[in-house]
Design a protein around this ligand. Sequence first.
Ligand code: ATP
Ligand code: MG
Length: 447
Amino acid sequence: MRMTRYFVPVLKETPAEAQIASHRLMLRSGMVRQAAAGIYSWMPLGYRVLKRIEDIVNQEQIRAGHIPLLMPTLQSAALWRESGRYEDYGEEMLRICDRHGRDLLYGPTNEELITDIFRSHVNSYRDLPLTLYHVQWKFRDEIRPRYGVMRGREFLMKDGYNFDVDKASAIHSYNRHMVSYLRTYERMGLKAIPMRADTGPIGGDHSHEFLVLADTGESEVFFDDSILELSLGDRNIDYDCVQTCSAIMEEWTAPYSRTDETHDEALYRASVPEGRRRQSRAIEVGQIFYFGTKYSEPMGATVSDRDGRRVHVHMGSHGIGVSRLVGAIIEASHDEKGIVWPEPVTPFPVGILNLSQRDSNAEAVCQMIYGELVKKGLEPLYDDRDERAGAKFATMDLIGLPWRITVGSRSLAKGVVELSRRSDGESENIVPEHAAERIAEIYAAHF
Ligand code: ATP
Ligand code: MG
């Protein structure tokens, strides 16, 4: 993409309403624009990141055997009356009345709707286990939307729902989700720690939240330092294997880690040596629940079991804050000059910066590198504006692409261009013909 043909409405001034780095940087780099309180338009650059995150989420869900579908944003109030949540959910639910006087709502979550789909079509234990999910906009009329996309009113969530014939099988689904979530966050270059959590309005008796450490996070967390050393790496995981998933679940939940809602100071002190106790602020980027028959009983979702008896199906639900993740990743990865995208979620893999826009040789070299990168499936962002070098560097740093190729008359006279890394400014001179190949090697692991 050539900058002169693109649309990146960068702001010069720091917007006064933004209190935290991610919100500030997303507005300044033209990633989002507020449409109403807690409701955002995703501008081209922000939309690319949102899509990257959504892609990773989808890939990991499908890898775990979960099935994508798409449910609507608007739901009938009748279903929520069946479960008893229409009244219970409170003022966070946006209630709408259509022209015929029928009550609708903009879904804050989808347990009722998916249970209705399930009960209409599934009858036997032979069709189980089943996990359906979608990535869809939610609306929660948050009393205090703030921090940009981190606490919006309209936000994008991946929400999934498992259906199992009994508790044992549902617990495997729970563990499988735990593992697939760990892998999802790891692939985004994030450290997200599972913590035992309260179940809130979703209900049930098993729940973990996934938290990213950040000073600006809204949760207070307590954990054993040793949990930070755990990683799945490139382990080959059989998601159908009960043993594999429960072993990983145990590995990650053995060290103490809880949010303030479930924190137990006495247990914390007894189970974590003093030198490993950590307390921090953190951002919730996902949560998983097992809630048994909480929805299947009032809504009559049953299947026949192996012995021909009708049993209420066991369920759980699982959410990833897709749009919140864009902010959370920035909170975890930025510096005083701007965003520092981790390679897996960057809007463009590399930026090309032309310091000598009016030099036809420099333009030709940029075009050559651009073409080679496109051929390799790595579309760069080429800053071809007729701007001062300082302004181009500042924009590139603000946008935060992980790699930059700088082309200018002076270095071309020596036969080289500069390749530099955003995270630490480390740079080296390379011949232009090798630039695309180098970038391809770097990204081979991610795309
Ligand atoms: P919170 O405690 O932050 O209000 P929640 O526990 O009510 O969130 P869940 O029902 O667990 O949210 O939803 C799943 C995920 O959706 C959360 O882990 C979070 O990442 C994301 N999410 C929830 N509310 C919002 C919001 N208002 N804006 C953006 N993302 C959100
Ligand atoms: Mg939650």
